[in-house]
Design a binder for this molecule. Structure first.
Ligand SMILES: [Fe+2]
Length: 384
């Protein structure tokens, strides 16, 4: 069993004010370009400048930064003799800065302190030792995992969470749920990762709708923390085939990561339940889910999940995402190839075959299964 979290977490309203206490004098802020007008970013810059610091503001972040962009950040670090890195933004800003810090240390032997301030509630990147680096030519994404990638400090300031369109808040919230559910049952999961995962799952069911549909500030704040809790959990336990399939399908058809995760989720859970009916039982009590047997409880959980998806207006199937049947069928074998090789498949609780993954994808496309994987299920046909 293993649990290790070297990242210090500061949270709460105005926790980003801590930036003003930095002792170093050359601070580089790497931020998403759309944050230019963001009041939290401007306040951070003002705070640092008021404290007599030199602020180097880099806002040329692109989604899934290629190596050339990471090199560009390293050149700024070297040219300006930066002493501290501050990443402000969504997963792309955090990942690019984490990568630049990591490779800068590898090349020059200098390890810079890194502070991560997420402005979205989804990736958990502020507490994970993962980054994904895209090949600028082929578009191939390569995950890099190393404890040295972990930020030193994560600041979870609810005032930094910008106003997101409802569909983005929904997609990122469902990514949090997928991280937590996959972490909870993954092979390396343990009592510590499961504790964070369960709290994140409970928070999503309690607060995601309130945050999006009622614009509830408390719910938004709790969702921001749930994203980090899920990150703490999956950062150490790994994920599973939901993410393997989401990486493949999302990459092929350009579907937002959280959205495709949310679409696949009930089909993957149903598949797992058909192999091990009590797999998710550990979280049922916390969610107030009752039933006289594991399969009843799992069915009740799937009903709750279906309701959450419906209330948030998430499409039920891959077909509902606008993917043509011929395109899907043409891509199917290639998607299975990618998913079976994806590193997330390794930590999945159930060993899967190519046929299993194909069956799940077909079920998720049509909303029902033509395949044996569901025919023998103890919990009936999926009705999503
Ligand atoms: Fe994810």
């Amino acid at each position: 069993m293993y649990f290790h979290l070297p990242t210090k977490i500061y949270c709460g309203k105005d926790s980003a004010d801590r930036l003003g206490r930095l002792k170093e004098s050359k601070i580089m802020i790497c931020a998403d370009p759309f944050l230019k007008e963001n009041s939290a970013l401007q306040a951070s810059v003002h705070k640092l400048e008021a404290a007599g610091k030199e602020v180097i503001l880099y806002m040329d972040i692109v989604p899934d930064a290629p190596m050339s962009k990471i090199q560009e950040i390293m050149e700024v670090i070297q040219g300006k003799k930066v002493e501290v890195l501050v990443a402000i933004g969504g997963g792309s800003a955090l990942d690019a800065t984490k990568s630049a810090r990591f490779f800068y240390e590898k090349i020059f032997g200098i390890r810079l302190p890194l502070i991560a301030i997420p402005t979205t509630s989804g990736t958990g990147s502020e507490v994970t030792s993962y980054v994904v680096i895209k090949d600028g030519k082929t578009g191939k994404k390569t995950p890099v995992v190393d404890e040295k990638i972990l930020p030193d400090i994560a600041i979870l300031d609810p005032t930094c969470v910008g106003t997101m369109p409802a569909s983005v808040a929904r997609d990122t919230g469902l990514d949090v749920l997928t991280h937590a559910l996959e972490s909870l049952v993954s092979k390396p999961s343990n009592v510590f990762t499961a504790t964070y995962a369960k709290k994140a799952i409970e928070t999503v069911f309690e607060d995601l709708k309130k945050a999006i549909l009622e614009d509830d500030a408390g719910a938004k704040e709790r969702m921001h923390y749930a994203s980090t809790m899920a990150g703490v959990a999956f950062g150490q336990s790994g994920l599973g085939i939901n993410h393997s399939l989401a990486h493949a399908v999302g990459g092929k058809f350009s579907i937002p990561h959280g959205r495709i995760n949310g679409v696949l989720l009930p089909y993957v859970i149903q598949f797992h339940g058909s192999h091990q009916e009590d797999l998710y039982d550990d979280m049922m009590e916390g969610l107030g889910i009752e039933g006289f047997s594991p399969e009843r409880r799992l069915n009740n959980f799937l009903k709750d999940l279906k309701k959450l998806r419906k209330d948030l207006d998430l499409p039920n199937t891959i077909r509902d995402l606008g993917i043509e049947e011929k395109d899907f069928n043409q891509a199917l074998d290639g998607l299975v190839d990618l998913a079976i090789k994806d590193p997330c498949t390794e930590s999945n609780p159930i060993e899967v075959t190519r046929e299993d993954l194909k069956g799940i994808l077909e079920a998720a496309y049509y909303g029902h299964s033509k395949k044996r994987v569901y025919a023998a299920t103890v919990i009936g046909r999926p009705s999503f």
